[in-house]
Design a protein around this ligand. Structure first.
Ligand code: ADP
Length: 516
């Protein structure tokens, strides 16, 4: 049974009866899906419906002893009061606004409020009718969305690449600063529109209609990945850009837009071009130098051999006819020719290594080691030295170069030993998952100061004179070349007075070899 009672307050029973006379009207008020309330002209509630109570969390009785100010967020009260004054003054017939109430549990809630003024028969303001819709979740969602939009805008604004977004109909809806700058030319004005001109950088074909990456994406539904375009900016600056387009697909697999990303590659391509030219120049110069070293050392051999053999011949035949000073001059000449012969041999060896070798084949480093151990047996016996080796892999290499590499490193390790301490040299290896082996040659010799780590790899650079330790200073330069020729590296660690370890990397012959 519906009990219709007149609201309390200043509304005369007659006018109330007139407006809410019927039970149906009362029912509508009570059960409306939106909040409804009647207030006196001071803003005290005269009646509220169930939905309004649910929105603010107060019971009807609690509200009827309150005014709207009591449950309105402080900052919103002044606006309400101002609008109310205008309403009562007849300046506006009604108003609608978004505002916040404070729910009984203390939390704020966003509502859409519509307020109108009811007048009596004499056209005097009598009471206020308000309708309230809960828009809290909508408002919070909207605010969150706006926040994300602002974040996105900030990110796009800060991006060094141009980003443009197109809506479902293919129209550009937003373009970040970088994209505008790319099209406007160097330091150009912010021109938003102009004639877009571009050519496919690979084919030189001018872009028209669906040739444009963005249009193509809309025509095919597929993205465009990194297409290089030559463009003419609005200020006629030519540029090369890298353009990619990504379609935006919704949950129903419909294309609802696209994102175009363009990156100005002009500077990079120019740099790349310069780098290529420079690399080519260096390669050519390198080749010329290698050629020169080869020809020089090769062609020097013949006359040197002649000088050397005739000096020796002279020494043999006319030794008795020259005095002691002449004898020592002759000895210097013979020795000089012999040393020059060694240097030329080394140089020739180095340029042969630099010119590359034959195709790599599986080389068993353990076998190489065993042969070398044999060669070094005399040195070991003389010095009381020790040469040890762990398991060594089968690697892919040029056999003579592999032998030269191991020979130089082991030879040096034995040669540069501490006076009075027998050399102890150890060769070990380990192979990583990619099949690349690192070989270590460790000695207990004199060691090398780290400031010489680069110098010792330079051709003919030595840290000692020949009286201390014999040699020409080319061994490590050759070793480095060999390691690099095989796609590896050669480096060292050393503690002066304690010893040195040389490491080099090389690809193992791997499965094929084991299988074969
Ligand atoms: P060489 O041995 O003919 O002098 P290398 O190019 O093989 O020429 O070596 C260059 C220099 O590096 C050597 O003169 C020596 O000073 C230093 N060096 C090389 N290997 C070692 C080592 N295992 N221990 C200490 N010093 C070394």
């Amino acid at each position: 049974m519906n009990h219709v009672s007149p609201p309390q307050g200043s509304i005369s029973p007659t006018s109330f009866e007139e407006r809410l006379a019927s039970v149906q009207l009362r029912q509508i008020f009570q059960h409306a899906p939106i909040g409804m309330a009647l207030l006196d002209l001071q803003g005290n509630w005269l009646d509220v419906n169930g939905q309004f109570c649910r929105i603010v969390g107060y019971s009807r009785d609690e509200l009827l002893v309150r005014a709207f100010r009591d449950i309105t967020v402080a900052e919103d009260i002044a606006i309400d009061t101002g609008l109310l004054a205008q309403l009562l003054a007849g300046k506006i017939p009604s108003y609608q606004r978004e505002k916040r109430y404070i729910r009984k549990d203390g939390t704020p809630i966003w509502v859409e409020l519509a307020v109108s003024l009811a007048r009596n028969a004499q056209d005097e303001p009598e009471y206020l009718i308000t309708q309230i819709v809960d828009i809290n979740s909508l408002k919070l969602a909207h605010d969150a969305l706006r926040e994300r939009e602002l974040t996105l805008e900030a990110i796009l604004g800060a991006l060094p690449v141009g980003v443009r977004m197109a809506s479902a109909n293919g129209h550009i809806v937003s373009a970040n600063l970088a994209s505008l700058e790319i099209w406007c030319g160097v330091g150009g004005e912010m021109v938003h529109e102009g004639v877009y001109r571009a050519w496919d950088a690979a084919t030189g074909t001018a872009l028209e209609g669906d040739d444009w990456p963005l249009q193509r994406t809309f025509a095919t539904g597929k993205g465009v990945e990194a297409q290089l375009l030559d463009i003419l900016c609005f200020d006629d600056t030519p540029k090369t850009v890298l353009c990619s387009v990504l379609p935006i697909i919704d949950d129903q697999s419909r294309m609802i837009g696209a994102i175009e990303v363009i990156q100005d590659m002009t500077r990079w391509l120019k740099l790349e071009q310069q780098l290529l030219v420079r690399t080519r120049e260096l390669e050519n110069r390198n080749k010329e130098l290698e050629q020169f070293a080869y020809v020089a050392s090769h062609d020097l051999q013949e006359p040197l051999r002649k000088v050397s053999s005739f000096v020796q011949l002279f020494a043999k035949r006319y030794a008795e006819q020259v005095d002691e000073t002449g004898q020592s001059y002759l000895n210097f000449a013979v020795d000089g020719a012999r040393r020059m012969q060694l240097l030329i041999d080394d140089l020739l060896h180095y340029s042969r290594v630099s010119r590359g070798g034959s195709e790599p084949v599986p080389v068993d480093l353990e076998r190489v080691y065993k042969a070398l151990a044999q060669d070094f047996s005399q040195v070991l016996a003389e010095t009381g030295g020790e040469l040890l080796c762990g398991p060594l892999p089968v690697v892919l290499g040029e056999p003579t170069q592999m032998r030269a590499l191991m020979q130089n490193l082991i030879g040096n390790a034995l040669k540069y030993h501490q006076p009075g301490r027998a050399p102890r040299v150890e060769v070990t290896a380990e192979t990583n998952e990619q099949g690349v082996a690192t070989i270590h040659v460790r000695d207990n010799g004199i060691g090398i100061e780290s400031r010489f780590f680069e110098r010792i790899f330079v051709i003919f650079q030595r840290l000692h004179n020949r009286a201390e330790y014999p040699g020409s200073g080319i061994g490590l330069a050759i070793c480095k070349r060999i390691a690099e020729n095989h796609g590896g590296r050669l480096w060292l660690e050393s503690v002066p007075g304690e010893g040195t370890t040389f490491h080099f990397t090389i690809t193992t012959a791997g499965v094929e070899n084991e299988a074969g």
